[in-house]
Design a protein around this ligand. Structure first.
Ligand SMILES: Cc1cc2nc3c(=O)[nH]c(=O)nc-3n(C[C@H](O)[C@H](O)[C@H](O)COP(=O)(O)O)c2cc1C
Length: 425
């Protein structure tokens, strides 16, 4: 009896120790998972720390650490009139008048002999999607392969010079050889620009190339990159000296561009008079339509307003949308009750259109544009005002009006992170 009592006590203690150990282990592994996740997140956060250590420099000797390097594709004809392309990163604008481009080539390249023979070349600027063609043109020689044939790219005879350009590339520049310099390993060919041809799709409303839409391929450190986001208008640094911010206040820099855009989005209420292009508006609408919707109903209709009279009318009628008179375009996100179907009564359309609206606001931020959500729904008077101004059919209910334009730089993101608004369970 006495013996079994002792045995029971020992068993109870053993169970207790086991339970305590298991609990500790679970807590430890939970803590470990959290710490790993937290440190992974930390690496996504603020890049500014590394950027803020400019004085810690290490000498690398003689190395071509010049950024960004272009990834141009040079078009030439050989003696028999066969078109060839080669990739060149040792290149760039070298004179304004006459406008000239310098391209350095090694004598071993086929293109070198072609330029010497034809006294002409084209500079073809690729967008980032063309990286594979660019890389191919830089790996094989026209001595051995027909690179146009192998890539499926189309050679087009230059309009003004004896060199082919690549039809599929968004910018092509026809150059006439004016002079060359032997620099050592490379011969630097100087080409006078005779004509520049640009795909209309990459032009903005002012007829200038929109770098974000072009998204040119960049080369550096043995890798290809695409272009980053718009930072500031050139020549505005003097404003900074006067106390007005030059560069937008990217108070929080993230290694992850999506997080950076999310955290730097702000309600922009001050716009310059610079027009936004149709391509940019379409990019915003595509982002809007990428939002999730209940039962994939996509119960929306997007009205793009560019008529100054209508924009001014809306600015007058909507109490918090006066900035509509500063912009040249606005998107009105409407719920389409015909598409809402049997979910109409539950009001899912408003949630779906809200998700689309947020996508539009984020896309605007990512393109260097400014936008702000000005509400129509659920205010009866505002819905009526927008419906009348746009002559909307009754099955289209305006959720909001989003003015879109270029920000003056006066609006800033707010830090809304409040740990007390989170309940961890
Ligand atoms: C990204 C990249 C950049 C290049 N830049 C140059 C350059 O500036 N000058 C040069 O002579 N070769 C450069 N090359 C190598 C040539 O493109 C390569 O030798 C090519 O095969 C030459 O083609 P070709 O013989 O048909 O003229 C580069 C290659 C790559 C991939």
């Amino acid at each position: 009896m006495q013996k079994s009592k002792y045995l029971n006590i020992i068993l109870a203690i053993a169970i207790l120790v086991l339970v305590i150990q298991l609990t500790n282990k679970n807590e430890r592994s939970e803590r470990q998972t959290l710490t790993t996740a937290e440190s992974a997140l930390d690496t996504l956060l603020t890049k500014s720390d590394t950027a803020m250590k400019p004085f810690k420099k290490k000498s690398l000797g003689v190395r071509s650490e010049v950024y960004p390097k272009p990834a141009f594709v040079i078009g030439t004809y050989d003696k028999s009139g066969n078109p060839n392309i080669m990739t060149a990163a040792w290149a760039g604008i070298c004179n304004s008048n006459p406008l000239s481009i310098a391209v350095s080539m090694r004598p071993a390249t086929y293109s070198y002999g072609n330029v010497m023979e034809s006294k002409a070349f084209t500079v073809n600027i690729p967008s980032s999607e063309m990286a594979r063609y660019v890389d191919y043109a830089g790996r094989l020689s026209g001595k051995d392969v027909d690179k146009f044939k192998e890539t499926g790219l189309t050679p087009v005879k230059g309009e003004f010079v004896n060199a082919p350009y690549v039809k599929e590339f968004p910018i092509v520049i026809e150059c006439e050889l004016t002079t060359f310099h032997d620099l050592g390993s490379h011969r630097q060919f100087i080409g006078k620009v005779i004509d520049v041809k640009v795909n209309e799709a990459v032009l903005n409303a002012e007829g200038r190339v929109d770098v974000n839409v072009l998204n040119p391929l960049i080369y550096g450190s043995g890798n290809y990159y695409e272009t980053g986001r718009w930072i500031a208008k050139a020549g505005e640094s003097l404003n900074d000296i006067d106390g007005k911010p030059f560069v937008p206040d990217y108070s929080r820099r993230y290694a992850n561009e999506t997080l950076e855009v999310i955290h730097n989005r702000k309600s922009v209420r001050h716009f310059t008079d610079q027009a936004v292009s149709k391509g940019q508006i379409e990019a915003l609408l595509k982002a809007g339509m990428a939002a999730p919707t209940a039962a994939n109903r996509q119960p929306w209709k997007f009205y793009v307003v560019t008529n100054a009279k209508t924009l001014n009318l809306l600015a007058e009628q909507l109490p918090y949308a006066k900035m509509l008179s500063q912009v040249q375009a606005a998107i009105v996100v409407c719920g389409d009750m015909d598409k809402a179907g049997n979910l109409k009564e539950q009001g899912y359309w408003a949630q779906d259109c809200a998700a689309a609206s947020e996508n539009i606001l984020l896309a605007a931020e990512s393109l260097g544009l400014g936008a702000v959500w000005t509400a129509a729904y659920p205010y009866e008077d505002r819905i009526k005002a927008v419906t009348q101004a746009l002559d909307l059919p009754e099955n289209h209910i305006p959720l909001n009006v989003i003015p879109v334009g270029y920000p003056t730089g006066e609006d800033f993101p707010k830090d809304k992170w409040k740990p007390e608004n989170v309940v961890w369970q």
